[in-house]
Design a protein around this ligand. Structure first.
Ligand code: MRU
Length: 354
């Protein structure tokens, strides 16, 4: 990739560098985050966004939050717990955030049994965050390979929101197989839904695919039915923010409608997501918390009002697609197809010899 959406600079005392995604595509501006409050704000305001990138940012946010604490291992542990609780309030839906925070705290609980050395504990926390970041890159590569078989040669691919390099540490999830197919000189066209209200498809997906030289056509969300009916689309692929044990999938608002449209037109509908996006503690998608965002995102665009002052607004950031509408889920471990409670359980069962 020509850019890195998220990157740690330096060692345990370093800082987090992100592309400020609210400024794309008109400006590619990097933002250095040096405090946990800055990381919280960057996640909440979508300067860094996309489920895997939010997880990586949260892990490094925890590292930033314990920098400079040297009043003992117990105090370090209390501070880490407070910092993780605080970061957990930034956005509720993407489970990767909680996966990363729980992992940082879980590891710390084990290490403190082994050492009370604050410097050593801080080093280990930093190395754990780097491991989460490294795993995220490896995950992108594995999803790219595992999803390659579904990319149509000479066909059209419809995607929603942004589940690409800007949403992860490298190639993305839904876009990863497309980057790999492009490397292998496969020809296809990507239709990117603009994705109201915050236009992640127009501002981010169209931008990053163009950077890579992939043929991309931007459409308004309400054109999806037409491009499907006209036979332009052979694959719909999207990312995910949280997947319940039965395969019901939360992703950017509008995904459910797209899944219904794909079903009505007999076009396969795939989700691409890492293991860290599955929340097997939730029985069905009904239990997934859906983030409600501010009215301004609907009533205004780039500071300009689009609606009468005082109009009532409904602005859920995500919706849930029932598993029966999902043809398959590509993960870093392989393919789940068909998607149901049993196939998901089997996918995550420890493998013999591993
Ligand atoms: O509100 P956002 O921009 O964070 O929403 C992002 C999405 O819905 C993505 O599709 C999802 O997080 C997967 S990113 C690989």
């Amino acid at each position: 990739m020509k850019f890195r959406a998220i990157e740690w600079i330096g060692e345990a005392n370093g800082f987090l560098r992100i592309i400020d995604q609210t400024l794309l595509p008109s400006q590619v501006a990097y933002l250095d985050l040096r405090t946990v409050e800055e990381v919280w704000e960057a996640i909440r305001s979508l300067r860094v966004r996309g489920a895997p990138a939010i997880g990586v940012a949260a892990a490094f946010g925890a590292v930033l939050g314990v920098q400079g604490v040297d009043s003992g291992a117990i105090a370090l542990g209390s501070r880490l717990a407070r910092v993780c609780d605080y970061l957990g309030t930034s956005r509720p839906t993407a489970v990767n955030l909680f996966y990363a925070l729980d992992r940082m705290q879980g590891r710390f609980q084990r290490w403190i049994e082994e050492t009370q050395n604050v410097e050593e504990l801080r080093q280990r926390l930093w190395r754990e965050a780097v491991t989460i970041w490294d795993e995220d890159r490896a995950m992108c590569r594995a999803i790219a390979e595992n999803g390659l078989e579904i990319v149509p040669e000479g066909g059209g691919v419809l995607t929603h929101c942004n589940a690409g390099a800007l949403a992860t540490s490298e190639w993305g999830t839904a876009l990863a197989p497309l980057y790999r197919a492009h490397q292998l000189v496969r020809k296809f066209t990507v239709y990117a839904d603009e994705t109201r209200p915050l236009l992640q498809g127009a501002r981010l997906t169209a931008w990053e695919l163009m950077q890579a030289g992939i043929d991309v056509v931007l459409i308004c969300d309400n054109m999806a039915a037409t491009v499907l009916r006209e036979g332009r689309i052979q694959l719909v692929i999207v990312g995910a923010d949280r997947i319940a044990a039965n395969g019901d999938t939360a992703n950017k608002i509008g995904t459910y409608g797209l899944a219904l449209l794909a079903h009505a037109h007999g076009v396969p509908f795939y989700v691409a997501a890492p293991s860290s996006t599955f929340d097997l503690s939730l029985n069905t998608g009904e239990e997934i918390p859906i983030e409600q965002r501010g009215e301004n995102e609907v009533t205004h665009l780039f500071g300009r009002s689009l609606a009468p002052a005082g109009v009532r607004v409904f602005n859920p950031a995500f919706d849930v697609t029932p598993h029966r509408l999902i043809t398959g889920i590509v993960t870093e471990r392989g393919m789940i197809r068909p998607v149901d409670r049993c196939t998901i359980r089997a996918h995550f069962q420890p493998r013999l010899g591993s």
